[in-house]
Design a protein around this ligand. Structure first.
Ligand code: URP
Ligand code: ZN
Ligand code: ZN
Length: 497
């Protein structure tokens, strides 16, 4: 038996500490961008955390030095809205927790929030455990957390299961005002009040279910089956009315509210108004609403072999006035976050809008809803910043800093700050990039609505907790590198984060 003397013990512990304390990485000569400022500085990383930010930091013996001259040092993006391996529309979304997060990493996203859909009669914590098993088995490539997609709050037991999710580190929930599994206004109100009591945040998919269903019935009776009628039955007013109602319900309930995938002018204006009145109302939009308009539902983009049905997602893209309002909302702060709603389906599955899975005649309601975008969000918004439409600070704020704050993970994510996880993107503002699903995308889907989109500037490296996962061309991490990120309680009193 070896007996360790106090002297030997202290030697072991000091050398172990020393080993644990070496500077692993040093990003030299770059320009750091935060939500509030832009400055030249070196950034050091130890044990997966940012350990120092300053001028002329000196590497240690084993430090890997990354030349960041001419590059921006940005926090990894947080995609607050993904649907990976999600059963929907008679199939399962194409990207699983590995392929989806691999694509995320290659687009500079280092944390994703995926949706758990609670089944009828299933408590939310059970649903969470069920999904987490699938996620862990797939092996996520970047860090991840969840929102619970509320599917049943019809009993006190179901509502109380929100508390158990909180104990498990998930404090964010989403209700659906549309879809047959969604809530009615009373259930929505109860969920909001309960959330406010326990320090949870409720998100909402706001579309008027009854009007949507009535329009679907009318169009189908008139033989109007094309993808255009997906937009027509979920038009600006169908979304805007529900946004206004959701805000009113949150005010009544005395609860904060997060409107997911906001896409229309009436909604932006209602959010801005509620925030001006001091209410904690927040909105997310998605790159597809900033880049495409409803015109894609007319003929698709034939020269790119994209059909109108390939763009079917919920909510659908809207007209130019709504797009302009969203951009304005980003600039003024009415829109707090950007997320993808990544929910990819294959071309063959999109064809179910022509001929259904079982061989019947298809229509716009038989197309699985959702498109890919997880790899394109950060490059797109950074490119818009690079072209001068918004500042790089704003791009960082809505893509990383605000989602971290809203979803209770800003203790470790969302900014280039000492003590935060070293989720770092090295961004080359001079690199031109054009999306090609075949050549440079890293998901599992057979097409992308972002085909041939041109970006000015592109990430040339992504680090997740100090580990290189994207080298500017390929994914270089490994399946299972991603870790679950616990959310803290969320107490939002007013519109400021
Ligand atoms: O079209 C989409 N986004 N499908 C996923 C479900 C949803 O409502 O977010
Ligand atoms: Zn939704
Ligand atoms: Zn969604």
């Amino acid at each position: 038996m070896i007996i360790l003397t106090a002297e030997v013990k202290s030697f072991i512990s000091t050398s172990a500490e020393k080993e644990a304390n070496v500077m692993d990485l040093l990003f030299k000569g770059g320009t750091v961008v935060t939500a509030k400022s832009t400055f030249k500085a070196d950034v050091a990383v130890k044990n997966g955390k940012i350990s120092a930010i300053g001028a002329n930091l000196k590497p240690e013996k084993k430090t890997e030095v990354i030349d960041a001259k001419g590059k921006l040092i940005l926090p990894g993006a947080i995609d607050g809205h993904t649907h990976l391996a999600m059963p929907f529309g008679g199939t399962i979304s194409t990207d699983d927790y590995f392929t989806g997060t691999r694509a995320a990493a290659c687009g500079g996203t280092t944390t994703v929030f995926d949706f758990v859909l609670q089944g009828v009669g299933e408590t939310m914590d059970k649903a969470l455990k069920r999904r987490d098993k699938i996620c862990k088995a797939d092996g996520p490539a970047v860090d991840y957390s969840y929102h619970i997609g509320v599917g049943d709050v019809t009993t006190p037991k179901m509502l109380a299961s929100m508390d158990k999710c909180m104990e498990m580190g998930v404090s964010t929930f989403k209700v659906f005002m549309v879809y047959d599994f969604g809530v009615d206004d009373g259930q929505f109100f109860e969920t909001l009040q309960h959330a406010a009591k326990i320090g949870a945040l409720v998100g909402v998919h706001a579309e008027n279910r009854e009007v949507n269903n009535a329009l679907i019935k009318r169009y189908l009776a008139e033989g109007k089956t094309e993808a255009w009628y997906h937009y027509m039955s979920k038009n600006e007013d169908v979304a805007g009315e529900a946004d206004v109602r959701a805000i009113n319900l949150a005010k009544m309930a005395g609860a904060p509210l997060y409107i997911v995938h906001l896409d229309n002018k009436q909604g932006v204006e209602a959010v801005a108004q509620a925030r001006a009145e001091g209410y904690p109302i927040f909105a997310e939009t998605c790159p597809q609403y900033l880049y495409f308009t409803k015109d894609v539902y007319k003929k698709g983009i034939p020269e790119l072999r994209l059909r109108a049905r390939d763009f079917v997602c919920s909510p659908p893209m809207k007209g130019k006035p709504s797009q302009d309002a969203l951009w304005n909302g980003i600039k003024t702060g009415a829109v707090s976050t950007l997320a993808t709603d990544h929910c990819p389906f294959t071309k063959k599955e999109k064809d179910w809008g022509i001929k259904t899975k079982t061989g019947g005649k298809g229509n716009f309601t038989t197309i699985p809803n959702g498109c890919a975008g997880i790899e394109n969000m950060y490059p797109y918004i950074l490119s818009e910043a690079n072209k001068g439409r918004i500042s790089f600070n704003k791009a960082v704020e809505i893509s990383a800093t605000n989602p971290a704050k809203l979803f209770g993970i800003d203790y470790c994510k969302g900014a280039i700050e000492i003590g935060k996880d070293a989720d770092i993107v090295v961004y080359d503002p001079k690199k031109d990039f054009q999306v090609s699903n075949k050549r440079n995308q890293h998901g599992a889907l057979d097409h992308t609505i972002w085909e041939k989109a041109k970006f000015k500037g592109y990430p040339v490296a992504t680090y997740c907790r100090g580990k290189l996962v994207f080298d500017g061309k390929d994914y270089v991490g490994k399946s299972g590198d991603g870790q679950f990120v616990r959310q803290r309680k969320i107490k939002l009193k007013g519109p400021n984060l």
